[in-house]
Design a protein around this ligand. Structure first.
Ligand code: ADP
Ligand code: MG
Length: 421
């Protein structure tokens, strides 16, 4: 063990109170401390933040952390501040700050107090900020949610495309990119657009062995089917995703009428109601939340026991993220998707109003969802293959946790199903 190694374990304990690194964290941190460009692909909850927070805290200078969501940045800054006696250890730099606040932030950075500076990508493009950052010591730049740079990701943000040029202006600083998006296409885009094809890549497995994957054909009886499913999981927490707000309201009502405690959640509800419904779910005042994809970002309820997709998701990436909210505690998580080709056509129609390039990507992503729904092979193997990971569907962890493996379809049955749709 070299001294470097002993130190980071000690620092981990000192700052975060953890006695062990999780997964690939240690290797990632060493790579970054060696000033190498580093690329981290880990599923949500894998512990990506610590991969840049710890090196930032123990190095000289300020680390710049680019993150797309102001709310998430604020949470992280509060968390970091609680680890230290100095408020100035972490700051957010954005347009909502007053002149006095900006002066304070700059002072803390210049004096070496600030270890982490969180910025939204659009703030970083500001001339005056760049000019200031050129005058101080930057330890490294972290790009969180790095998939935002790719049109093939689920959350493309054009501002991310400028990052490369801005980082170049800051001198020769290492970059760490982090994402939970595992598709090879997105990864390639990230490395290219951040100009870090030389980066050392660390990729964790995306297998979630405790999740059971199931697809059911969507019929007229879907509502009673869902009700039956929920009653079989009485008292358990679950999420039902629907495509439209209208459907969210309708399903929530049907469930309520049938004696299931459920609340709706979508962007059409006012902020107060949304917060209330989210809290009710987290506090277990209700069992089920019926939601559009507006629900779930940053939700960390460990014992969600099922995630139902009333309508198919727009990509396998989204499906993985949404189903990933089940079984965080390692316990059972049932992921049930309803599928009909009519829904695919509906989604295609939805997209037809969009620019051609976007449509093409949207169609291609949707075709993968169709293939997943129609496959007769191990769904886990299919999903992981999509993420560039080979899964052994005989001996792999969680191999029997899917409908196709438990109840293999005969070829004739499989064909039958296709024809019926
Ligand atoms: P990600 O960004 O990959 O989704 P986070 O950085 O938000 O994940 O971390 C997820 C959770 O894991 C957090 O609650 C964090 O405190 C915890 N965590 C991170 N590293 C460790 C560790 N070494 N030991 C124990 N818990 C950890
Ligand atoms: Mg994260």
């Amino acid at each position: 063990m070299n001294s470097n190694e002993i130190d980071i374990h000690k620092e981990l304990k000192k700052y975060f109170g953890f006695s062990q690194f999780k997964g690939l964290q240690e290797q990632v941190i060493k790579s970054l401390l060696n000033k190498q460009n580093t690329f981290v692909i880990m599923p949500t909850g894998g512990g990506k933040s610590l991969c840049y927070q710890l090196p930032a805290l123990i190095q000289e200078g300020t680390a710049i952390v680019v993150s797309p969501l102001i709310a998430l940045m604020k949470n992280q800054v509060d968390a970091i501040r609680s680890l230290s006696s100095e408020n100035g250890v972490a700051h957010v730099l954005n347009s909502s700050l007053t002149k006095t606040e900006i002066t304070q932030v700059k002072k803390d950075i210049t004096s070496g107090l600030t270890k982490l500076l969180y910025v939204a990508p659009e703030s970083l493009t500001k001339e005056e900020y760049v000019a200031f950052l050129q005058t101080v010591t930057i330890s490294f730049v972290a790009i969180d949610e790095a998939h935002c740079i790719s049109e093939w990701g689920h959350d493309f943000r054009p501002e991310y495309r400028n990052l490369k040029h801005i980082i170049k202006q800051l001198g020769d600083v290492p970059i760490i990119g982090l994402t939970a998006t595992a598709t090879p296409k997105v990864q390639e885009d990230i490395l290219k657009n951040l100009d870090m094809t030389d980066a050392t890549t660390f990729k964790a497995s995306f297998n979630r062995p405790n999740l059971y994957y199931e697809v059911r054909t969507k019929t007229k009886n879907i509502e009673s089917d869902i009700i039956r499913f929920i009653k079989q999981h009485k008292g358990k927490s679950g999420i039902i995703y629907c495509l439209s707000r209208k459907k969210v309201e309708a399903i929530a009502e049907v469930l309520q009428v049938n004696g299931i405690s459920a609340v709706p959640y979508h962007a059409g509800l006012d902020a107060k109601t949304r917060a209330k419904h989210q809290d009710m779910f987290l506090m277990e005042d209700v069992d089920v939340v019926v939601a559009t994809i507006a629900f779930g970002m940053g939700i960390d309820k460990p014992d969600v026991r099922f995630v139902i997709h009333h309508d198919i998701p727009k990509s396998l990436e989204s499906y993985y993220q949404e189903t990933g909210r089940a079984g965080r505690d390692g316990g059972e998580g049932h992921c049930l998707a309803y599928y009909s080709y009519k829904d695919v056509e509906k989604l295609e129609k939805f997209m037809s109003g969009k620019p051609v390039a976007e449509q093409e990507i949207g169609f291609a992503l949707l075709q993968e969802v169709v293939a997943y729904a129609e496959t007769s092979m191990s769904r886990r193997r299919f999903l992981l293959h999509y993420f560039g990971e080979e899964f052994d569907d005989v001996n792999g962890e969680g191999a029997d946790m899917d409908d196709n493996v438990r109840n293999p379809k005969t070829k004739v049955e499989a064909l039958d199903q296709v024809v019926k749709l």
